[in-house]
Design a protein around this ligand. Structure first.
Ligand SMILES: CSC[C@H]1O[C@H](OP(=O)(O)O)[C@H](O)[C@@H]1O
Length: 357
């Protein structure tokens, strides 16, 4: 069992256990995954979601796949494992963490020449657990750095779910909120429902209420008006892929929030681990945006709301140009403009070892 009721994924012997987030907050069902396809299906259907959590799921799927490869020799094993990794990589296109995790899993093979197949399978399984544990430490460091930008009594707005359920535990944007709340219980969080999958009203609200963090749910459309009325002190969101210049892909609707924040003089922060950064992308124009089923728009919990036959488009993410971002909170510090130089330095920094503040 996981150490926290909010952990979205964990090993249970030879099975990967995934908390089915499609049913939260009112039903708590765990999917028992024993094959690569079980995990890929959980990712594609958003039973597990959130860029870092999807990366961890990809790592564990790779370990499940490695275990089932029957190969007498290492060369055959490597060839088959490479194919498994490529299948996992394509499960969801926008988040950088999935490909980052798959690359890290394949690197185990590259970094262990001369090791036999059973030992490689064990090392791959251990790496997947290490990625989970490193993610939690990373989020705690993001939380500690992020406290620097949260004034006492802050009224914070957040979007979608960048919490324990979107990561290995603790969260990125919600990691900052958890760390700030531990030091200052007077803060307040406004969370946007985040149509159409409702990560805000179902998941972020669930996390915040579980920990008695003062919070209020609003429709996505209300965010701008609250900022206009000076009722929000700062915005903190997660990220799915950050380009080398700081352009950031996140849940659809984030771009609008960032423009509204700048228009109203509200600081706008992105909280993300370095595994979300894609240094090979010079800017956000080439970030692949996942198109999801139009039924998520025309239906509400499976019930047709729009007229039958109504056309709908459902991009799951958008890209916020770096000019609208105040800072990027990572596990090695807060990156501010000029982002290209700051991101390069952050990627060169050693991993966090202790409390940076
Ligand atoms: C900790 S980053 C989580 C990130 O992922 C969410 O998207 P989805 O729920 O579709 O996986 C959203 O963009 C969050 O900010």
């Amino acid at each position: 069992m996981p150490s926290s009721p909010l952990r979205p994924i964990w090993w249970d012997g030879d099975a990967v256990m995934i908390l089915d987030q499609r049913l939260l907050p009112h039903k708590h069902k765990v999917l028992r995954c024993t094959t690569v396809d079980d995990v890929i299906r959980a990712i594609k259907t958003m039973a597990i979601r959130g860029a870092p959590a999807v990366g961890i799921a990809g790592a564990m799927a790779a370990a499940l796949g490695a275990r089932t490869i029957m190969a007498a020799d290492v060369r055959t094993f490597v060839r088959k494992f490479s194919r498994v990794c490529e299948r996992i990589r394509s499960a969801r296109p926008t988040g950088n963490n999935l490909s980052w995790a798959v690359d890290a899993m394949f690197a185990v093979v590259v970094e262990n020449p001369g090791v036999d197949v059973p030992r490689l399978q064990q090392l791959i399984r251990e790496k997947s657990q290490a990625i989970l544990e490193e993610d939690v430490r990373t989020n705690e460091a993001i939380g500690r750095w992020g406290m620097e930008v949260v004034p006492r009594g802050a009224r914070i707005l957040t979007y979608c779910n960048a919490g324990a359920l979107a990561t290995g535990d603790y969260g990125t944007a919600l990691g900052v909120i958890r760390a700030a709340f531990a030091a200052d219980p007077s803060l307040h969080v406004t969370c946007c429902e985040t149509r159409p999958f409702l990560q805000g009203s179902r998941l972020t609200a669930y996390e915040l209420m579980a920990e008695k963090i003062p919070c209020t749910l609003i429709t996505d459309n209300a965010a701008g008006s609250l900022m206009q009325q000076k009722k929000i002190d700062l915005v903190i969101v997660g990220a799915d892929r950050i380009a080398a210049n700081g352009d950031t892909a996140n849940k659809i609707g984030t771009y609008a929030l960032a423009v509204l924040a700048q228009a109203n003089g509200v600081p706008f922060y992105v909280a993300a681990p370095r595994s979300t950064i894609d240094p090979l992308l010079p800017n956000g124009s080439q970030i692949p945006i996942e198109e999801r089923d139009a039924k998520e728009v025309t239906h509400f919990y499976g019930r047709l709301v729009a007229p039958r036959g109504m056309a709908a488009v459902n991009p799951a993410f958008d890209v916020t140009p770096h000019r609208y971002i105040t800072g990027i909170i990572t596990e090695v510090g807060i990156i501010r403009k000029p982002f290209t130089r700051g991101i390069r330095r952050a990627l060169e920094a050693p991993p966090p070892t202790s409390n940076p503040v």
